[in-house]
Design a protein around this ligand. Sequence first.
Ligand code: TLP
Length: 359
Amino acid sequence: MATPLTSVIDLRSDTVTLPSEEMRRAMAAAELGDDVFREDPTVNRLEARAAELMGKEAALLVPSGTMGNLIGLLVNARSGQEVIVEADAHVFYYEGGGAATVGGIQLRPLHGTRGVLCPDKIEAAIRPRTDVHQPPTAAVAFEDSHNRRGGAVWPLEALRDASAVVHEHGAAVHLDGARIFNAALAVGVPARVLAECADTVTFCLSKGLGCPVGSVLTGSSEAITAGRRWRKMLGGGMRQAGVLAAAGLVALDTMVGRLADDHQNARTLAEGLAGIPGLDCDANGVQTNIVMVQTPGLAATELVAACRARGLLALASGPQRVRLVTHYGIEQTDIDRVIDAFAVALGAQPAVAGVAVSS
Ligand code: TLP
């Protein structure tokens, strides 16, 4: 039997990150109040900071990215209207059909290229407002970085052009920026430059930024006022949420810069995996902290199980596709061990000396 890794390395998601010591201290010491009455000073500070970072008038702390996106769609579209999304978008794939269930909003998927929608395609899909048969297109949602497309980012010009065409047609842009700081880093601009292409932006504190819980929706004062009502209805009014916001403030101060390490680790990981026979991994395509590995001829679930037996947790994100996400708490030395775990799982020789393998 193969020797397990000495400790578990969890690359299933950057959502598994644990709060830093500084976050825990800030959470314990946070000044609190009832946020539904808007009396939690720490939440108010976080929302002001988030709005400023995204270049928006206002912000709303929500429990999850899913709720942030749902409210983002609800404030931009109403029942009977349509929102265009990329066919592999998180909001279309993994958010439980919330827009249809809660908002009566029809989502219309369009196929993109690595998550990027081209302006012509968007323009062709926008419904003519004069045709009473067709649901009006109220908004288009973009995702940057793009989860199911392996953390791919929108080139800045593509984002600007796509956004411009949506606005020309009187529709709104919602940006699922769950990992907007990863995207901004990859493109080499501050997050607000990406955010300025959208009317509403959701970003997550609970992923690469390492917070235990929380996402933020940002937008105009009007959108956020409407969003606050939706949040209450959805059960997202969290009372003394300053304990969470305190971690968020620390994250925005201390965790954004270090995302570069995650990107570097993802690239190193992809390069290592690309060299293992039986795996297909496009290392040059890795732009942020997500690595997608194709496993031709092998069920992803089987490979994931074999890795798990060696203490490496990965996610089967398709029948023959495994997803690995680098994050806070994962070091360069872990990456070497992950590559070896894959090599051993596939019956190849480990590349790094010192990793015990037995049969
Ligand atoms: N993504 C999770 C899973 O749901 C797949 C992950 O592990 O990556 N937008 C994007 C682009 C996301 O990747 C996610 C979470 C969300 C929204 C939703 O965030 P949460 O989990 O906070 O509701």
